[in-house]
Design a protein around this ligand. Structure first.
Ligand code: 3HC
Length: 297
């Protein structure tokens, strides 16, 4: 890969693997490629990878049209970013993994255990999960000191923050490397001292979202008015319902469910209105309908 100052300060981190070609994984992979790292986005099937590639190419081409990036930078990033369905082969030659697969603990434990078998000894294994803290997957590996959460925000190409969250066994060296990587990605690091499901930003979002759903449920105001209050009264870029549609109703639901599984506290359970929306299959922008209805473009 091309040596960039950011990459050289990271020592051994030259190749980054992102697991999952969904909204988060695909954009994280492009963030990494744009920052100068040789990057592979891995998924279980070719179809989501091709969909992700087309969407990413469209986004970065638009950045060039709008003068936000140079054609040379975008062409170089496309060169650095590859797509694969062969997880073991990719992980066998990578320096750092960012897992952005489904929010399901059993699936993640299986992924971490099998990556641990094939990854080089120095490879750091991170998860983008905001709710499944890394201690839950670290003990599925023989390298808990090289496991932590590296949590991006949607849309990852735009949002500045990355939360870096050590588990009780994560080494100071791993934290330093992951922080340096996030900085090399051009992001602002939010470092947590210890794990807590949801971390900092999502816990604040969850509190706002719960109040918005309670207000809707009580018939105090409708979706549009509650979103209008967040935007016009609080200067939030999006209202809580618009944000659920952006992040995905399924993701918002599974995050609550995963938190409940960790805490056993009924207050963690998805709000009944969120549950009903999830069960209806209207997941937000990705399905064309959520709290709002979206047209093709
Ligand atoms: N992907 C990539 N880039 C996007 C994008 C997307 N989905 N949506 C917008 N952008 C970029 C584009 O460059 C776009 O410019 P373009 O249309 O000329 O190409 C630019 O942002 C501006 O977009 P818009 O004019 O459509 O709208 P906004 O100015 O409102 O920006 C936004 C969109 C950046 C998404 C802004 O509304 C925002 O910041 N919203 C809040 C997002 C937020 O809170 N995210 C955190 C969610 S919590 C989370 O992710 C945690 C996880 O664990 C679930």
């Amino acid at each position: 890969m091309t040596e960039t100052p950011a990459a050289s300060s990271l020592g051994r981190i030259q190749h980054v693997t992102v697991l999952g070609a969904g909204t988060m994984g695909s954009q994280i992979a492009m963030v990494s490629a744009l920052a100068g790292f040789s990057t592979t986005c891995v998924d279980i099937a070719a179809e989501p990878l091709e969909r992700a590639r087309q969407e990413l190419w469209r986004r970065v081409d638009r950045d060039v049209e709008k003068g936000r990036r140079t054609a040379e930078d975008v062409a170089a990033a496309k060169e650095r970013l590859s797509f694969s369905t062969d997880r073991d082969a990719v992980v066998a030659h990578t320096d750092l993994v960012i897992e952005a697969a489904v929010e399901n603990l059993e699936v993640k434990r299986e992924i971490f255990a099998s990556m641990d078998q094939v990854a080089p000894e120095h490879t750091i294994l991170t998860t983008n999960s905001s709710n499944i803290v890394s201690s839950k997957v670290a003990d599925a590996t023989g390298r808990p000191e090289k496991v932590c959460n590296m949590h991006f925000f949607n849309p990852a190409l735009v949002m500045q923050a990355v939360e870096v969250v050590p588990n009780g066994q994560t080494s100071a060296q791993t934290v330093a490397t992951v922080k340096a990587l996030a900085e090399a990605f051009g992001k602002t690091v939010v470092e947590l001292k210890r794990e807590i499901p949801g971390f900092v930003a999502n816990r604040m979002v969850a509190a706002l979202r719960k109040e918005a759903l309670d207000l809707l449920d009580a018939g105090v105001a409708d979706v549009e008015s509650i979103d209008a209050a967040a935007k016009a009264a609080l200067n939030h870029p999006m209202g809580p319902f618009e944000l659920m549609d952006l992040v995905g109703i399924d993701v918002a639901y599974l995050i609550r469910q995963a938190e409940y599984e960790q805490t056993g506290d009924e207050a963690s359970l998805p709000h009944p209105l969120l549950k009903a929306k999830y069960e209806s299959g209207d997941y937000g922008r990705k399905t064309g309908k959520g709290w709002y209805t979206y047209s093709e473009d």
